[in-house]
Design a binder for this molecule. Structure first.
Ligand SMILES: *Cc1c(COP(=O)(O)O)cnc(C)c1O
Length: 382
């Protein structure tokens, strides 16, 4: 039987020997690989600064913390996203104020943002949902008007551009994830990019306990000062060596994702029972994380049956994201969010199925997935 996993890390001989190389040497942290990965990542995205980190969540948390956001403050957060986007805010003691998404893209409903801004709002956060970029000029204009920071969750946005500028370079900072199913992987890892030099420099200190100089910068070992509050959010050399090799393949991966997405999109677009999210057009260039199909109202109750039928045929799927963040227990209990709120985010969470288009799959796989989807739907909807 065919097996088509939703995602699979693309680890080759180069990655394996890069990791082995690190393990044979004495430097596992604070070494040249994390620096190299930062330089390469900055060049690849066109960012003046890049800071390697232990995860995307760590980067978002550090950014809010460094910007002085905390108790009493509010941050606008999209309801339709990974819970990490909201956790990073809640961890500082600030309150996430959720805004629904657009049904066309799953991105934050920009028209609803302004109504959610209060005297306590300090920042607007966005997620480039499944790699489809948000219209950042509109977000940034609103933020400028109300004197707010802008944070971009770019976990699925490696290769996403809006008006020719890479995601993460519109707001104050953008954070990427290198978790195994993302566009490139370091097992666990993240990167923050920013156009603001002082912000990048402070984040580099804060990711390593707020110490004023790294081991390499110390003339005499053990002589350093702690000049700010910080975390241990560094990326180690093993992860960074993977990142350096993976980034070299990012363009090839993106090409395959785009090809797969276009093939699958073409084969599913005439299907009446599903609606496809908007993808690359005009100023918006997606990173093609996956192809999510939104089932029509009538089919939503049968979603898990469809997922099961796809699984029986060997087609792996996922759900982005299983609930609107404010519907999760912790958020409901903490902030009194209601489960009948955020109707569009709820439609996406409870009515969509994410199909794989990753570089681990070929053209035949796309035809196989399309046929499996059509068959599963016809079986539950005769
Ligand atoms: C995966 C993901 C994260 C979490 O990334 P980590 O590197 O695991 O912290 C955050 N936001 C979004 C949108 C994600 O998809």
């Amino acid at each position: 039987m065919k097996t088509i996993p939703f995602g699979a890390p693309m680890i080759g001989e180069r990655e394996i020997s890069a990791v082995t190389e690190v393990l044979k040497g004495p430097v596992l942290v604070h070494g040249p690989r994390s620096k190299r990965f930062e330089t390469d990542f900055a060049a690849w995205t066109g960012s003046p600064h890049a800071v390697s980190l232990s995860s995307c969540t760590a980067g978002l948390h550090l950014a809010y913390f460094d910007l002085g956001i905390g108790p009493g403050d509010e941050v606008i957060v999209p309801a339709q996203t990974h819970n990490a986007t909201a956790h990073a805010v809640a961890l500082t003691g600030a309150k996430p104020v959720f805004v629904d998404c657009e049904l066309e893209t799953g991105n934050i409903a920009i028209d609803q943002v302004e109504a959610a801004i209060t005297a306590n709002t300090r920042a607007i956060s966005v997620v480039h949902f499944l790699g489809m970029p948000v219209a950042m000029d509109r977000i940034c204009a609103m933020a400028a008007k109300h004197d707010l920071f802008v944070l971009e969750d770019c976990a699925l946005a490696l290769g996403s551009t809006y008006k020719g500028r890479h995601a993460g370079l519109w707001g104050d900072a953008g954070c990427f994830s290198f978790y195994p199913v993302k566009h490139i992987t370091t097992a666990e890892g993240g990167m923050l990019i920013t156009r603001r030099r002082e912000l990048a420099e402070r984040i580099m200190r804060r990711r390593a306990f707020g110490v004023d100089r790294t081991p390499g910068e110390r003339d005499i070992p053990g002589v350093y000062d702690v000049t700010m509050l910080g975390f241990n959010y560094r990326m180690n050399e093993i992860a960074a060596s993977l990142g350096v090799e993976q980034l070299k393949r990012a363009n090839e991966f993106l090409k395959l994702r785009r090809r797969n997405h276009e093939l699958l999109h073409a084969q599913l677009s005439e299907l009446d029972e599903v609606r496809l999210f908007q993808s690359t057009h005009g100023d918006y260039v997606s990173s093609y994380y996956c192809l999510s199909v939104l089932l029509t109202q009538k089919l939503r109750a049968m979603r898990f049956e469809i997922v099961q039928k796809l699984k029986d045929q060997g087609v792996g799927t996922s759900i982005y994201y299983p609930r609107p963040v404010p519907h999760f227990t912790w958020y409901r209990e903490k902030y009194g969010c209601r489960t009948d709120s955020f109707p569009n985010a709820a439609a996406v969470s409870y009515g969509s199925i994410a199909l794989p288009v990753g570089p681990h799959l070929n053209e035949d796989d796309m035809s196989f997935i399309a046929a499996a989807v059509k068959q599963a739907i016809s079986e539950v909807n005769p």
